[in-house]
Design a protein around this ligand. Sequence first.
Ligand code: NDP
Length: 251
Amino acid sequence: MISSIKGRSVLVTGASRGIGKGIAQGFAAAGARVLIAARSQEGAQAAVDAIQAEGGIAAATVADVTDRDQLVAAVDRAVELYGELDVLCANAGIFPDTSLEQMTEAQWDEVVDTNLKGCFLSVQAAIPALKKSEAGRVVVTSSITGPITGFPGWTHYGASKAGQLGFIRTAAIELAKYGITVNAVMPGNIVTEGLEAMGEDYLRQMAAAIPLKRLGGVADIANAALYFASREAGYVTGQTLVIDGGQILPE
Ligand code: NDP
């Protein structure tokens, strides 16, 4: 049983909706104090309202993960509000689809800058505060697509998500001396606005092809993030956890 989340200060990027919001709700339900970051104050505030309606502790801030200064300000805000930062969930990500043959450099750059460089900038911004925590934690939202599987239209996305895993392995070694662990969740198909944009046919076909016969929920990812962020996981670093209903298992 995970019992060490209560009172921890947690910053979640890309938390206005989807998996990020679900992770933030999971932490708040476990008694953490959460700072919700998104590109707009209104988006972040809507997630805060949902958490506060359940009795959780949360606040909103603006942070585009392609903007170093906004990320530093978000970390400062967490410390100002809660006195410390214990956990960074580097979750923000986008997944527009474009075939490799049609892809422009601008389309490639947008995805890689958000998903991979945004992860680097988020973690780097959080290091000074996490070093002061007695048990600093970084949890990155990667994906099965890229590190394990491929999907048409997502060469840029797959490269960015595989890149995140290369990033966490070395970050884990470098930050171990501060007692900071760095791990990644690897979701399969999780029902979010972003995934619903893929269309009903995609969702139906995907659910049928998954051994557990359903798409994932955001709580499935939140539960894994809670484990990595817990004190009980203090000897786990540079690791990944696939949460996909068995999708990647061979027939
Ligand atoms: P959604 O599109 O539902 O939500 C994306 C979130 O990211 C929003 O809160 C959005 O906030 C935020 N965001 C987008 N761009 C930026 C940016 N530049 N800076 C800060 N925040 C940003 O996506 P999901 O919840 O589905 O995906 C979340 C993460 O999970 C991503 O990293 C994705 O790759 C990963 N993932 C998702 C899977 C799925 O099946 N859903 C599967 C595997 C991985 P706003 O627009 O308000 O700024």
